[in-house]
Design a binder for this molecule. Sequence first.
Ligand code: FMN
Length: 341
Amino acid sequence: MEDKLSGLRRIGVSYPVMQAGMPGIAGPELAAAVSLAGGIGTLGIMDASEWGMALALTTRLCRGRPFNVNLLLPFTRPRHIEQVIAQGVTMATLFWGRDAALIRRLTSAGVYTFQQVGSIDEARFALDAGVNALIVQGSEAGGHVRGHRPLKAILSTVVALSGDIPVFAAGGMYTTDDARRAREMGASGVSTGTRFVATNESSAHDAYKRALVEADDTVLTTLFGMNWDAPHRVLPNEATRRWCDAQGQAPAWLRSLYKLTGMTRRFLPMKASLTHWQRPAWPLFTGAALEVGMPARMAGCTALYAGAEVSRIRSVMPAAEVVRELAAAFDQRGSRAGQAA
Ligand SMILES: Cc1cc2nc3c(=O)[nH]c(=O)nc-3n(C[C@H](O)[C@H](O)[C@H](O)COP(=O)(O)O)c2cc1C
């Protein structure tokens, strides 16, 4: 019997559990740990100059299992796409933009293509363009937040629109129960960034992982908008307390400045060395996350991305265990997720 997950099964995915692409956090080790556990491991985007090597390393670590790449469109260059196709990468997730030609190019090259969407309108666009699957991101999500509505307000509508196309749920999908609730609303799978930040294999700095498992709340802000002035959800820290208003907004003058710096995205490397100069008192904050190798003191002035339900994450776990826990919601018959009996 064909079902919505048959396309993913055909390419070797066992469980409809995706680890989101996260620049600086989701490297080859994390992506491989998730894919080897049967889920969908995703390599976060990075400068095009490093991308080919990272794809090759992920392929080697995955030992024949499929993996996914994240094409965060404001930072995606033609070289990223060429390498994905040339190296025969199995899956790609597009986010933050509408590019029907790119969807067609990837799908016709045999790349199973997801689009993460924040609205019904965006979902319609991606479906018309021919995506293989959708990810619906609710406003509770960690990282950059595309939509304005909570997951449960739009998930069922997108599922209804999507017919045979599988829809994954993103935003607060941290436990078997969360995934089960999403499944009851029609989701075929789940995707999470925050839950995978707090894993042994993520490249997040220990200070970030520690802050995450101790946190109770988050703030949706525009503070870390140097080079990319899009709203993002983070843990409050010294920088947000110093510069954000009660609604999480950065000062208007800073937002105007950030808009101008957006133009530098075209020619500056993603990981601009500027991040290393950040201090809580100097309001020029890039979106770079706190990763291994950066000084721990930067926890006070970098974006500690996290979803609104962060208080439900209380430990750092092996990535494979997270996959197992989330997969259990789709695995009622004790067989592999979604598999036809
Ligand atoms: C640290 C971090 C970085 C992220 N970076 C990206 C990204 O580069 N591309 C992308 O498609 N989504 C990114 N996301 C968002 C995820 O795709 C997803 O929507 C989100 O993690 C879901 O909410 P959750 O964090 O509560 O699981 C990021 C999320 C986090 C936590």
